[in-house]
Design a protein around this ligand. Structure first.
Ligand code: HEC
Length: 153
């Protein structure tokens, strides 16, 4: 667990979490690597809560709406995958996968702005998280954009 710093430190981890059912009932989105890649970002400072390489993926069914900046339909899913940052020989490389964070649109999830949140480790195992303090409170800053930070780049 020592390697899992940053955002993970904000979360309460549990080794007893069920393998496929994440917080708020989200399943690990097995196919996300073949979804549309929207953008990437790197936060190299290990002390930053969101440190790492980030790649944002959008489900194919909702890519057109996402690109047009429309409010996404119920069931829409987005992923941000976090990787280690490895500085080597004057290059900055993507290292090991640290975490996969998921949002799924669900108008019934009123306490979290109509989205369900989930986080999974590199093996796809659900992390036990407090979705309000660990996810929603930060995404709430983006209420005017339906809680999404990223845009198609
Ligand atoms: C400290 C603020 C913060 C916290 C806490 C946070 N996020 Fe995010 N999240 C962001 C930012 C900033 C982005 C945009 C990343 C980018 O553009 O590369 C983002 C992007 C995302 C995306 C891609 C869709 C979007 O909004 O652009 C998902 C999915 C996501 N986060 C899920 C989660 C989950 C699940 C948690 C809790 C485990 C979480 N986030 C906690 C700030 C946060």
């Amino acid at each position: 667990m020592k390697k899992q710093l940053g955002l993970l430190a904000l979360l309460t981890l549990s080794s007893t979490a069920p393998a496929l059912a994440g917080p708020q009932g989200l399943a690990f989105p097995q196919a996300y690597r073949s979804w549309a890649h929207a953008k990437s970002m790197v936060i190299p400072d290990p002390a930053h809560p969101l440190a790492g390489f980030h790649h944002v993926y959008v489900q194919p069914e909702v890519v057109a709406d996402y690109r047009a900046g429309k409010v996404l339909p119920s069931g829409a899913q987005l992923v941000v995958a976090f990787y280690e940052v490895v500085e080597q020989g004057g290059t900055t490389n993507q290292g090991a996968l640290k975490m996969v964070a998921v949002m799924k649109k669900d108008p019934g999830a009123k306490a979290t702005g109509g989205w369900r949140y989930g986080a999974f480790d590199s093996a796809g195992k659900a992390l036990e998280i407090d979705v309000v303090t660990g996810c929603y409170n930060c995404h709430a800053a983006q209420k005017a954009r339906d809680y999404l930070f990223s845009t198609w780049q």
